[in-house]
Design a protein around this ligand. Structure first.
Ligand SMILES: [Zn+2]
Length: 138
């Protein structure tokens, strides 16, 4: 459904079941168009208030449900593990930042970079124990 809020240019009837009154020219109107499977375009018109009311009524009969499997799954971790994870993430970010800073200063910084990569490897092992290694770290 495509919705558009605009001015009413010709008289139409409000599609809200509880309203069904005329929307007269020059008033704000919500125009809805949608295509059916057989290619027909259906148009609907509402008073903006009626549209909101009908929409809210619909939502109340269809309560919010989190779509399963969408978004990042939350880790089942204790308060303590969550904190540990966050700290490890920060430590790794700091090391990565240092590497980025050092790379243009090669070859003098080669040893330091190696040590930082070792550190990151260690951080990986630690985070594996508190909820696993994040995908982006692989
Ligand atoms: Zn209405």
């Amino acid at each position: 459904m495509n919705l558009k809020l605009s001015w009413c240019r010709r008289r139409v009837t409000c599609s809200a079941e509880f309203c069904q009154k005329e929307i007269s020219v020059g008033n704000p109107i919500i125009k809805g168009t949608y295509k059916t499977k057989n290619g027909l375009t259906i148009r609907r018109y509402w008073h903006p208030g009626c549209w909101l009311e009908a929409g809210l009524a619909y939502l109340h009969t269809h309560p919010y449900q989190k779509v399963p499997g969408k978004g990042r799954p939350t880790l089942e971790l204790s308060q303590y593990d969550k904190r540990a994870r966050r700290l490890l993430t920060c430590r790794r970010a700091r090391a990565m930042q240092r590497i980025r800073w050092l790379i243009p200063r090669l070859p003098d910084s080669e040893g330091m970079i190696d040590r930082l990569y070792e550190q990151i490897e260690g951080i990986k092992q630690e985070i594996a124990k508190v909820g696993g290694i994040p995908k982006s770290w692989e």
